[in-house]
Design a protein around this ligand. Sequence first.
Ligand code: HEC
Ligand code: HEC
Length: 334
Amino acid sequence: MNQLAVVALSVLLAAPLLAQWPAIANYEAMKIPADNAMTKEKVGLGKQLYFDKRLSGDGSRSCYSCHVKEKGLTDGLPTAVGAYEAKLTRSSPTMWNVGYYDKLYWDGRAPSLERQVLGAWSGGNMGATGANGRPSVDDIASKIDKIPGYKSQFEKVFGAGAVTKENAAKAMAAFMRTIVSADANWVKFRNGNEKVFSAAARRGWKIFDEKAKCTGCHDGRLLTDQEFHNVGIGMDAEKPDVGRFTVTKVEKDTGAFKTPSLLDIANSAPYFHNGSVATLEEAVDLILGGGKKNKYLDTTNLKEVKLTPAEKADLLAFLRSLSVPYKITDPKLP
Ligand code: HEC
Ligand code: HEC
């Protein structure tokens, strides 16, 4: 074989491997933890666990229950309602591209998806707290161990005696790393195919980027700088949610929350960390007004911006073009 043929053959062989996981074209590679490599079997197992209501304390909810495709991978509620009908204080965020984040949650308190899963599972969301007669995450893992269809998959992926909460968390984290907005028109647009957007949406992008400087925070392919800013939401409450301050104890982080990605934003109402704003129009108006005044408002990145009604319509057309086609289907559970 000549050299060219060898190169052609190796490209052919490598292509399916490279295409195995959804990825954002022309964007940095997702960091995969060394102790949790991606395999087809692991992702498949994690997907089943993510969709399985038997993981919750009362059998009422799966992870997916609060991150559904019809609602832009959120739940459509102002603030989430967990297992045992527990009223939670924050709104369900979208799952698009969570595998790229190194700080999870509105306040960034979880440093990895593996840790985040254990938090959500043993906390109010899934209710496997182990307190007040409720099952713990270990109790649920023992339950999974008795389901032959799960046990055999865990053993195949992790080895003998493998049904543990840590391995379940690893599998679910691996699955979540495949929830990527690879097919979004936004990705094609940023890679130079401007025709995928309407003329109004293209004008709206310019306003978003230049005149209104939304990219000061909603930056890059993921439309987030992954930083924490106070835009004033909920600061007028009697006991405000102090957000990032809980993690850093730095005063200026009071009321700061992670810049959310705006992918699928038209489907994920209501808006903000406490779900206090019902429509996209109102959410945009609030930001264009420079946020809500309070002591810790990020006035460096957030300024009042005056737009004409036509400019505002274009900006909204851009935001509505950020929807993502969803291809993941419900798995068959053992
Ligand atoms: C009752 C609804 C509910 C259930 C069930 C639920 N979540 Fe969530 N999820 C939320 C809410 C609310 C937040 C934000 C909490 C916060 O920031 O304090 C969140 C945040 C997250 C985040 C962080 C996203 C980001 O941008 O930082 C991930 C990842 C996630 N959930 C995955 C899961 C997984 C995995 C499970 C199952 C083990 C799960 N969720 C179960 C409501 C839910
Ligand atoms: C100072 C940084 C910053 C700038 C500039 C900024 N945002 Fe945001 N944006 C945020 C943060 C932080 C949140 C979440 C705040 C919260 O919930 O407390 C947010 C939330 C949003 C939401 C609600 C998202 C959701 O999932 O609930 C929308 C919509 C939004 N911004 C649009 C815009 C638009 C449009 C612009 C430009 C006019 C803009 N933002 C400028 C930081 C910023």
